[in-house]
Design a binder for this molecule. Structure first.
Ligand code: GDP
Ligand code: MG
Length: 703
């Protein structure tokens, strides 16, 4: 083991740049291991990921994983953060000492476009060539040594998920120097000359660094926007000159908008022609054939729904056994504590409050991990992009953009990354609509609530001999959330946030074998977050609830009367007038109130209430059985009948019940207006939908 104290962590920053999905994060993880932290760039909602990069035994640098970008001319807030840092004019980070640019071998030309812009900057650079395995499978062979010579920078093939090339990458980064070649691509002489003059002016009158000045001059000359978002205005002399230059080029019949692009690409074509052998860029036909099926107008949707149904069925069945183990583990712990501590309030607090509350939520860890596993699998294999494509056709009917689909699908995991993923939507109105409806998608925090309610209220019958009624119910509530999101999006687009969606453009990534390691790492991260939450917020809430459900004490009376006498009981009772029309009793009322902060708290609340109430039990009865046999003392009807179960799930589909989402919305929209509006509309929707479902259920004779 190396002594950590002897390592000098220099402030040298190595920036990791590359196109989206080129494999940056995979390389980042391989280079930094677990020594990284994820945060946000201040003021903007772009994820910041940095970690320690050991260059050799006693020097290390800071590795900064930049948001994916196609060029240094930003089209979205994400790209702006990346390009500003790379150009050394960011508020958030100094100009990096060195750039590690990740280029995806399958999309070599697109990657080289960014490389050519970085080369213009003459920053020390190393290229990591990823997806070489995929390229080989498609018959593409890339001579990386020649490529390195052509570019004047080291090119290292990496297969980061297997650790291949990581050592070489480290070594190249240690010795990285400025590119050994001057800019190789050339525009027509007149453009070159004007560009140089303008750049000189920017250096002199506006004090730009020489390379940045070239970048700016080129951009001013070849694009139509003057002020590049948030840029300082240039001196009048520069702008004057610029107007004349543009006129001159137009007069000479040069298309300003494409001249630089064409010049770069003709150089790129020349480079790729010498380094790539094999079927040039044409995808294998088997992948095309698969695409034709998966994105088919009708079959595509059938397959999509099939995959989703399979996913929920598996989440249910595969998690069953591990969930039993976790339950057994906690039961064992509870009986150990019971036999070690004399009876009394303290023991009850530990067992019925703290332990039972935490256990009731931790139980669902296997299901949540499976959900993340499947979502990761869909993303990694490239299926998600196909789903977005099919869904674009479908979603445009709701006035939504295909790009909204990924944020919505991510919201199946959690609305927070979902809302943050809307950053890729350029149109502000579309983005806002997507953010407003994202929390309607059933997130993983709802899964424990649904699971518990399904287990307690839905009989395990098989439907059509293949799917079970519980799994079908789960699929149904997820589908309800999706449908509600789409319908509400239409409503918002037609009323508050009118506007036509822009055309859809999305590259279909090639099919890939999933990166098991990155999926595993992601699941591990999720497990930690989930368990930390159970050990803090859920634990705290359970203890608090135990007190509320135990005190003040009523000396005489039945268990049910005692709990109704407590603070929690009174709180629930006072809510009854509001929730009775929905078929909910006071216990559910307590659950609804306590889960305003976080949905899972409903589960631990039920656990605490039933444990306080059924104190005389041996303790080995599961929560769902306690709920199943609970009868209303007045009417004698089951508190949790199927209709109540369904109504309550409907309520949770629509209700906001998540403080973190509110906080993220506030941060993203930079005002309280939208988060408050969101809470209001979701609560109204939840209440009315639940009311309708309950009434319909009653009239159909379900109870
Ligand atoms: P980023 O968007 O640039 O950060 O890309 P990621 O690191 O998240 O990678 C995107 C996907 O490509 C993930 O599923 C990775 O597992 C996968 N991946 C990354 N590098 C390679 C590679 O060299 N070969 C293959 N086959 N897959 C890779
Ligand atoms: Mg990434």
């Amino acid at each position: 083991m190396r002594d950590p104290a002897s390592v000098t962590v220099s402030t040298k920053v190595v920036a990791l740049a590359g196109n989206p999905n080129s494999g940056k994060t995979t390389v980042f993880n391989a280079l930094t291991g677990l020594r990284h932290k994820v945060g946000n760039y201040p003021g903007v909602t772009v994820e910041k990921r940095e970690g320690r990069l050991d260059l050799d035994d006693n020097t290390s640098a800071v590795l900064l994983d930049l948001p994916g970008t196609y060029s240094l001319h930003p089209n979205s807030p994400d790209e702006r953060v990346a390009s500003d840092i790379l150009l050394g004019r960011s508020r958030y980070a100094a100009r990096p000492a060195c750039v590690l640019c990740i280029v995806d071998a399958v999309n070599l030309e697109r990657g080289l476009y960014l490389v050519s812009q970085l080369l213009d900057q003459q920053i020390p650079m190393v290229i990591g060539l990823t997806m070489v395995d995929v390229a080989l499978r498609e018959g593409l062979r890339i001579d990386h040594k020649t490529l390195a010579r052509e570019l004047g920078v080291p090119v290292i093939p990496v297969l980061a998920s297997r650790g291949q090339g990581v050592k070489e990458l480290r070594q190249a980064l240690r010795g990285a120097t400025t590119p050994s070649r001057e800019r190789a691509w050339r525009m027509p002489d007149i453009v070159e000359q004007e560009c140089k003059e303008l750049a000189d002016m920017l250096v002199e009158s506006d004090h730009l660094d020489r390379h940045l000045a070239f970048h700016e001059a080129l951009h001013l000359l070849t694009s139509d926007d003057y002020a590049i978002g948030g840029q300082p205005q240039y001196s009048p002399a520069v702008l004057d000159h610029l107007v004349r230059d543009r006129e001159k080029l137009e007069f000479m019949g040069i298309n300003r908008n494409t001249v630089a692009l064409d010049a770069r690409y003709s150089w790129i074509h020349q480079v790729t022609a010498t380094v790539v052998t094999g079927p040039n860029r044409s995808r294998s036909t088997s992948s095309d054939r698969i695409d034709r099926l998966l994105t088919h107008r009708f079959w595509g949707i059938v397959i999509f729904l099939g995959i989703m149904a399979l996913m929920f069925q598996s989440v249910f069945t595969w998690a069953e056994l591990p969930m039993e183990w976790i339950g057994a583990g906690f039961n064992f712990l509870a009986s150990t504590i019971r036999s070690a501590i004399p009876p009394g309030d303290f023991r009850d607090l530990l067992v019925d409050g703290a332990l039972a509350g935490v256990a009731s939520v931790v139980m669902f860890l296997p299901q949540i991990l499976l959900l993340f596993f499947f979502l990761g699998l869909l993303e990694d294999t490239g299926y998600m992009a196909r789903a977005a494509l099919i869904m674009d056709r479908f979603m445009s009917r709701f006035g939504l953009h295909g790009k909204s689909f990924i944020p919505l699908l991510s919201s199946f995991a959690c609305a927070i990354p979902g809302i943050m993923a809307t950053r890729t939507i350029e149109n502000q109105r579309d983005r806002l609509v997507t953010m407003l409806v994202a929390p309607l998608m059933s997130c993983s925090a709802r899964l424990p609530v649904y699971s518990l309610l399904i287990a307690a209220t839905i009989p395990p019958i098989a439907v059509l001999g293949i799917v079970s009624l519980p799994a079908l119910t789960l699929f149904g509530v997820y589908f309800l959330g999706l449908a509600a999101a789409l319908i509400m999006a239409t409503v918002f687009k037609k009323t508050l946030l009118r506007g036509t969606p822009p055309g859809f453009y999305m590259e279909l990534p090639p099919y890939r074998l999933p990166g098991w390691k990155s999926i595993g790492m992601h699941m591990w991260e999720r497990a930690l977050v989930f368990l930390k939450n159970a050990g803090s917020i859920i634990l705290g809430a359970s203890i608090l609830l135990w007190f509320l459900a135990t005190y003040p004490k009523l000396e005489e009376g039945s268990a049910s009367e005692k709990i109704q006498y407590s603070f929690a009981g009174r709180m629930g009772r006072s809510l009854e007038p509001v929730i009775q029309p929905l078929g909910f009793d006071w216990k559910i009322g307590v659950g609804l109130v306590s889960s305003i902060f976080q949905r899972e708290i409903f589960v631990s609340t039920m656990s605490t209430i039933y444990n306080v109430q059924d104190k005389d039990d041996s303790g080995s009865v599961s929560l769902r059985d306690q709920m199943k046999r609970d009868k209303d003392p007045v009417t004698g009807r089951a508190v949790f009948g199927p209709l109540t179960g369904i109504s309550l799930m409907v309520f949770y589909v629509f209700a906001m019940q998540c403080l973190s989402t509110v906080a993220v919305m506030r941060r993203e929209t930079n005002s309280w207006r939208w988060p408050l509006f969101q809470i209001a509309y979701m609560t109204a929707l939840a209440y009315s939908a639940t009311f309708v479902v309950y009434r319909i259920g009653l009239s159909l004779g379900i109870s």
